[in-house]
Design a protein around this ligand. Sequence first.
Ligand code: MLT
Length: 393
Amino acid sequence: MKTNKNFNNLVPNYLFAEIAKRVNTYCKENPDKNVIRLGIGDVTLPLPQIAVDALKKGADDLGKKETFKGYPDYEGYEFVRQAVSDYYKSFGVEVGIDEIMITDGAKSDSGNIGDIFSKDNVVLVTDPVYPVYVDSNIMAGREIIYAASNADNDFLAMPDDSVKADIIYLCSPNNPTGAAYSYDQLKKWVDYANKNDAVIIFDAAYEAFITDDSPRSIFAVEGARQCAIELCSLSKTAGFTGTRCGYTVIPKELERDGENIYKLWYRREATKFNGVSWPVQCAAAAVLSPQGQKQFKENIAYYQENARIIAQALDELGIYYTGGKNSPYLWLKCPDNMGSWEFFDLLLTKANVVGTPGEGFGNNGAGYFRLTSFGDRENTIEAVRRIKELLKK
Ligand code: MLT
C-alpha cells in the first residue's frame, strides 16, 4: 500500500496544535504562571440561553418515541435552512432555502469542498491565510498560488489580471488580519472570477463582526451568484465552536465545466456526511431567530469591546495593526522588527500572554502577530496591561 505523499509537503504540525504544544510545555515547566490565551480564536462566553434551551428540548425529543429523530435530511432540516435564509434577508441578501446546506462548520467545509473540484485546478489564496485552505489543497495535490496581502494594500490582496486561477479562497473579514473588503474591492474579485471561469470560495465566518458597510456576504455583490460559494458558521457568530454548526450557500445557477455546483456538493455531502444532530440544528435555528440574534449580538458586542481595549493599547504603543473594527482579530506588526515566533516567545515568557505568530499564516505574516478579542474581559484587560508594561519604552 501507499500513503498520500502529499502530506510530506505540509508543515509538520497544524498551526494551532503547534502553539498549544509550546504553551502546554511552558505551563508545565512554570506551573505558578497565570498564562492568558489570546491565541486561537475560540470563544469564552457561554452559548446564548435560547440555544441552550433548544439543545435541551432537542435532547428531550430524542428521548421520546413520538419525537425521536434519526438521520437528518442531507441538506439539513428545512426549518433550519429557512432560518438561515431569513437571517440573510435581515442584512439584505436573498438566498433560497434550496441553496443552503447545513454542515458542521466552515473549517470542515473549506477542507471538504475541494472534493468537488479536479486536482488540476490552480488554487489562489491570499497570503497571510487561514492554514486550512492551503493544507487541504496540499493534501489534494493541487498547485497553490498566492496573492500578497501586506501593509501596502492594508492586508487586502486584490486580483491580478496577469494571473490565472481556477479556485479562489477569500475570507472577509479576514482571518488572520481582521481586514474586511469593501463592496468595490469584492466586486473586482467577482469580476475576475467570472472573467476567468473561476470559482470563489468565500468564507464569511466573521461576518457578524462587521460594523461598517462592508458586505456581510459575497452574494451582496453583483455577479457573485455566477461564481461564488459561501461558507459560514455559527462558531464565532453564536459561540458554536464546540457545538458545531455551519452552512454553505451555493446558488442554483452556479455551473462550471458543464456541472451544477450545488448538485456536486449535495452528492459529496450525502456520501461522506450524515448531517448535524437534531438538538444542534434546533439550537442553530433558535439563535438565528430574531430573539436569538438579539442574544448573540450581545456576546459579539462584548468581544467588540475587548477588541477596542486591545486596539487602544496598540494605539498608545504606536504599533501598526489592522482589524479589531470589523473583526475579533487584531493583526499587529511585531515591535522592534522582531520575528513572529521571537515575539511569541517574548510575550509568552515575559508577559505570560499567548498570541498567534503571523508567520504561521504564510510568508507575508512574517514579522506580524495576531491577538484575539475572544478572551474574557478581565483577562483581556490584564493581558493588555502586561503587554503595555513589557513594550513601553
Ligand atoms: C483561528 O484561531 O484562526 C480559528 O479559531 C481557527 C478555526 O476557526 O478553525
